[in-house]
Design a protein around this ligand. Structure first.
Ligand code: NAP
Length: 311
């Protein structure tokens, strides 16, 4: 078993910031990255709203921002392990146990920043056509839809941001929303309304994805009239929110009914010595800027907790 002062679970903006701050406090953190270093920003095309990183010519891509943040944390002594945590034992107090498939760590402090994942529609055909027309990431898959017609499901900021990104490739982007009013903010909504390639289908849900090897159409239902119709499409991009990646923490940390880890204003969980930051504990803000702030706070709390414990 490897003993570490600080183990950080997850490497999105919260984890990368916690790594930077604990590294600068000489705690030599180990970051267990999870399946994708950078988390959700690694699959974000352009980051226009993170303060200090924008220019008229070029907003950074998500992966560029991740690379900068990782290099900065490494410069101060953070170490990155490209692995996934399978299980933890927090019940016996510090030192805690964190297990990946091939390694077991003991850690004086754990900072959980495992983030959130895209929600699914759970409709027939959705799982069958993932990677063959169904996608949860325009940045990853948009390129394959050059000159094609796609639908975007959802009415929030993600749906419109990703829908706008898809206009770079697709012929037409139909945004299918279950209400007649968007949840997305005004700025994105206005850009989408003005875009000649984007059209909206209101009060409508997708009930089925149909295809033969690849997606060919979707079955739609108007929720007001009950009318059903088939819409031909080459791609189905689903952006209907997220759920926290907290399954491996069940029974170890207090969570709300949706699985978000409960923290106080100092990012402390119910287990002394375990802190949480970013989307694993934040169903509300979900911005790079807020995750960075929470990661910073968690790291500072962790450092304080360790130094108080050591007397
Ligand atoms: P969201 O704000 O929760 O929006 C989810 C959308 O999906 C809503 O319009 C919702 O409809 C719809 N939806 C949910 N379940 C559905 C279902 N089963 N069938 C059909 N539609 C369904 O999620 P998000 O867009 O991923 O955004 C999450 C957070 O990240 C937000 O705080 C957002 O502001 C932020 N964000 C910000 C930016 C940015 O600032 N540029 C970009 C992306 C995300 P209803 O509206 O009817 O509930």
């Amino acid at each position: 078993m490897k003993h570490e002062k600080v183990v950080i679970i997850g490497s999105g903006p919260a984890g990368l910031t916690a790594a930077l701050y604990t590294a600068r406090a000489s705690l030599e953190p180990v970051v267990i990255t999870g399946p994708q270093i950078g988390g959700q920003i690694a699959i974000t095309h352009e980051v226009e709203n993170y303060p200090g990183f924008w220019s008229a010519e070029h907003a950074p891509t998500g992966p560029e921002l991740v690379e900068i943040m990782q290099k900065q944390a490494e410069h101060f002594g953070a170490r990155f392990v490209y692995d996934e945590v399978a299980e933890v034992d927090f019940r016996n107090g510090s030192p805690f146990t964190v297990k990946t498939a091939g390694e077991t760590y003991s850690a004086d402090v754990v900072i959980v920043t495992a983030g959130a994942s895209p929600r699914k529609l759970h409709i027939p055909g959705e799982d069958e056509f993932v990677g063959r027309g169904v996608s949860y990431c325009a940045t990853c898959d948009g390129f394959f839809f050059r000159g094609k017609d796609v639908v975007v499901v959802g009415g929030g900021d993600s749906a419109l941001e990703e829908g706008l990104f898809l206009t770079k490739f697709a012929n037409e982007v139909k945004v299918i929303h279950r209400r007649d009013e968007l949840r997305a903010g005004v700025a994105l909504a206005n850009r989408a309304f003005k875009h000649e390639k984007i059209n909206f289908v209101w009060d409508t849900v997708v009930n089925e994805v149909i295809g033969n090897g690849v997606v060919q159409s979707v079955m739609l239902e108007n929720v007001k009239t009950g009318e059903q119709s088939e819409l031909k499409t080459d791609g189905v991009f689903i952006f209907i929110g997220h759920y926290p990646n907290s399954k491996f923490l069940e029974g170890e940390l207090a969570m709300d009914e949706e699985g978000y880890v409960l923290t106080d204003e100092k990012m402390r969980t119910n287990v002394p010595g375990v802190f949480a930051a970013g989307e694993i504990q934040d169903p509300h803000w979900r911005q790079i800027a807020t995750s960075v702030g929470q990661g910073c706070a968690a790291a500072m709390s962790a450092e304080k907790w360790l130094s108080q414990r050591e007397g």
